[in-house]
Design a protein around this ligand. Sequence first.
Ligand code: CDP
Length: 132
Amino acid sequence: MTTVRVVVGGAVFDRGRLLAARRSAPPELAGRWELPGGKLEPGESARQALVRELREELGVEVEPLARIDGEWPLKPPYVLHVWTARLLAGEVRPLQDHDELRWLTPDRVDEVDWLEADRPAVAAAARLLSAG
Ligand code: CDP
């Protein structure tokens, strides 16, 4: 029996825009855009993992807000969960795993080449942003 393992991605909002991060590794994912995040460590909640990952990868503090409905398959045993999050402090910088960051208004989220698994959550996040 395998238990699914959660990767948490953050739909980070700031001033009406959504953060997109371009992966620099591994080679098969490099150049594709994602909602930044990563794997839960043992004993961690999704909120805790998201706060830790975004601190490590982007150098910022975020407040997770709510989970976006749904769960998207990744390479087994992983599944993607996405949480909206608010930028609390700091300016995002690509410290780890990414080589470019972009803030997208909701009408422009399709401008970047998202990883397949992220697309439904990105669409949902854009709808939330548009709704204000
Ligand atoms: O940093 P960590 O090793 O914890 O995780 P990661 O490499 O950021 O994410 C693990 C896997 O989840 C990646 O290999 C991606 O395939 C996938 N992923 C994704 O599809 N969409 C995201 N928003 C985040 C991760």
